[in-house]
Design a protein around this ligand. Structure first.
Ligand SMILES: Nc1ncnc2c1ncn2[C@@H]1O[C@H](COP(=O)(O)OP(=O)(O)O)[C@@H](O)[C@H]1O
Ligand SMILES: [Mg+2]
Length: 259
C-alpha cells in the first residue's frame, strides 16, 4: 500500500518503517523493509524460520540499532531513540523465549510491571493490599485471563499461562503498539484457542503486530498480513490475498516452512 504522506500529520500510522535493515557482517538479517500499520490494526508477520521476523522486532524496539532506514511511531521519528524512550511512547513487546521470575507470584509479577520496576523489586514487594497499583495488577490479570491465579507462583503456571502472563506484563502502563513474538510457540492444542481469545479481547485501540507460525491463530486474530522471506518483504495484504500469493504458497506448502 502506498504511503500517503500528505495525510501523515492528521492520520499518522501507529508504526511506519522506510527501508529498514539490519546487517551482521556481510549478511542482511533484515533488508530494505518498508511497511506501515494503522492505529488499532491487527497485523500478523509470517515467514519461515530465519526470515528475519524477530530481528525486525528488535529494530522496531531499539534492541538492534538499524543499519539502514527510518522508523516512526505515530508520526514521530524514533529511529535513534533509546529503548526506554520507545517504551514511554507506548511501544511494548514480548519475547520469543520468555523470561519470567519463577519465584514470584502472578500478582507480584504484574504489580512490578505496573510499578515500572525493572530490577530492584525488593523495594516494592511484598505488595500491600491497600496499594492502588495492586488493583491495576488485578485488572491486568483479568485481561490476560489469569484472574483466578493471582497467588499462583510463576513456577506453577502452565506454559500457556506463562505466555498469557507475558502479555499481561506488556499491557501495563498504557501500551499503544504491542509486538508479540510467537506467543503460541509451545502451546498445547487445548491452550491455543485460549490465546486466540485473549488476542481478540485486547482493547480495540491497541495496535497489535503478531509474529505467528500458527496460521489459524494468525488469520483468526489479524486483518492484515506481512510475509518476510530472507529478510525481505515478500507479500502483504489481507489473509486471503496473502494466501493466494504464489510465492507465499510456495514457501508454506513447498516445504521451506520450518519452526
Ligand atoms: N545478533 C545476531 N547476530 C548474527 N546473526 C543474527 C543475529 N540475530 C539474528 N541473526 C540472523 O538473522 C537471521 C534472521 O533471524 P531471526 O530474526 O531470528 O529470524 P526469525 O525470527 O524469522 O526466525 C538468521 O539467519 C539469524 O541467524
Ligand atoms: Mg524469531
Amino acid at each position: 500500500m502506498p504511503l500517503n504522506t500528505e495525510q501523515k500529520t492528521t492520520t499518522a500510522n501507529a508504526l511506519e518503517t522506510q527501508g529498514i535493515g539490519k546487517r551482521f557482517g556481510g549478511f542482511w538479517a533484515v533488508k530494505d523493509v518498508s511497511f506501515s500499520v494503522k492505529p488499532g490494526e491487527r497485523r500478523a508477520i509470517l515467514g519461515p524460520n530465519g526470515a528475519g521476523k524477530t530481528s525486525l522486532f528488535n529494530i522496531l524496539t531499539g534492541d538492534y540499532v538499524a543499519s539502514s532506514g527510518a522508523i516512526s511511531l505515530f508520526g514521530e521519528d524514533v529511529t535513534k531513540q533509546s529503548i526506554p524512550k520507545r517504551i514511554k511512547r507506548g511501544l511494548r513487546r514480548t519475547y520469543q523465549h520468555a523470561y519470567l521470575f519463577d519465584g514470584l507470584s502472578v500478582c507480584d509479577t504484574l504489580f512490578l510491571a505496573v510499578a515500572g520496576v525493572r530490577g530492584g523489586w525488593r523495594q516494592v514487594l511484598p505488595v500491600r493490599s491497600n496499594d492502588p497499583r495492586r488493583e491495576e495488577a488485578e485488572r491486568l490479570a483479568d485481561v490476560c485471563g489469569l484472574a483466578s491465579f493471582l497467588d499462583r507462583m510463576v513456577l506453577e503456571l502452565s506454559h500457556g499461562q506463562r505466555r498469557q502472563l507475558e502479555i499481561g506484563i506488556a499491557l501495563a502502563e498504557d501500551p499503544k503498539v504491542l509486538l508479540l513474538d510467537e506467543p503460541a510457540a509451545g502451546l498445547s492444542p487445548a491452550e491455543r484457542p485460549l490465546l486466540s481469545k485473549l488476542l481478540l479481547s485486547l482493547p480495540a485501540d491497541i495496535t497489535v503486530i503478531l509474529i505467528e507460525h500458527d496460521m489459524d491463530i494468525a488469520f483468526q486474530t489479524s486483518e492484515s498480513v506481512t510475509v518476510l522471506f530472507n529478510g525481505q518483504l515478500m507479500a502483504e495484504g489481507t489473509p486471503e490475498e496473502v494466501m493466494a500469493d504464489k510465492d507465499v504458497h510456495q514457501i508454506y506448502v513447498g516445504g521451506a516452512h520450518g519452526h
